[in-house]
Design a protein around this ligand. Structure first.
Ligand SMILES: Cc1cc2nc3c(=O)[nH]c(=O)nc-3n(C[C@H](O)[C@H](O)[C@H](O)COP(=O)(O)O)c2cc1C
Length: 214
């Protein structure tokens, strides 16, 4: 790979998921090569590809309010390897919850990685409601009217090599109000209860880890 290339790294184990869909959207407009973070084995090749790219875009899901552990492992390995010299880094994180503040930490991890390793942090895009999309086009997003132009503007920043401000994704997504949040929470609880029952368990049973203490 030449140093002028854009590396599009998918940090989700789901190759047809929302992280991958967002990268394909970037690729269609800005070019670049999509690679998938190996979920096991060596990360050496991935670190090498990052060192050789001029622009890196990492898109991954929000797991427990931050980046997936495997991505953190990659950042640690890349940090130990060193060899970065001004590569531009953009981040994308999508989470199931319809908020941006709960996903923001994933972008902060990438920013800290860039700042400590001589990469140039160019900003990122946090997307809420990503699980509902489940890899479907951004035009199906519940806030499509604001999200689509905002994400396309983010892509424009990548194309131009300019920094993308947080306000771009923050202003495109309004968190649901209190009533909607309650409805949403009830719905999610109902889904979890049904799933627990589907696998023959009792949703009312005490937590497995606490059982021994009773
Ligand atoms: C282990 C795990 C942890 C997750 N943690 C969160 C979370 O903390 N917040 C959230 O909004 N979504 C969470 N999700 C949902 C994913 O972020 C969401 O489904 C996302 O759209 C998946 O992206 P992908 O299709 O690119 O894999 C979690 C999913 C998994 C599997």
């Amino acid at each position: 790979m030449r140093k002028s290339d854009i590396l599009l790294l998918c940090a989700s184990p789901r190759r047809m998921g929302t992280s991958a869909m967002l990268l394909k959207r970037i690729q269609a407009a800005a070019g670049g090569e999509i690679i998938y973070l190996p979920q096991k084995g060596s990360l050496h090749e991935t670190v090498l590809a990052m060192q050789q790219a001029a622009v890196i875009v990492i898109s991954g899901p929000c797991y427990i309010n931050t980046c997936p552990a495997r991505l953190i492992e990659l950042l640690e390995e890349a940090s130990l390897s060193g060899g970065f010299s001004g590569q531009k880094l953009y981040g994308v994180i999508n989470g199931g919850m319809p908020y941006v503040h709960t996903h923001r930490h994933g972008l902060t991890c990438l920013q800290l990685f860039a700042e400590k390793n001589k990469l140039a942090w160019q900003g990122g895009f946090a997307l809420g409601g990503g699980a509902m999309l489940d890899g479907k086009p951004l035009e199906k997003h519940m806030s499509r009217k604001k999200i689509v132009p905002a994400f396309d503007q983010f892509i424009q920043h990548i194309k131009e090599g300019s920094p993308s401000p947080d306000s771009l994704y923050e202003q495109a997504q309004t968190p649901p109000g209190r009533i909607m949040t309650r409805v949403f929470a009830k719905l999610l609880t109902l889904m979890v209860v049904k799933r627990i029952q589907k696998f023959g368990h009792d949703p009312e049973a005490p937590n497995w880890y606490l059982r021994g203490q009773e």
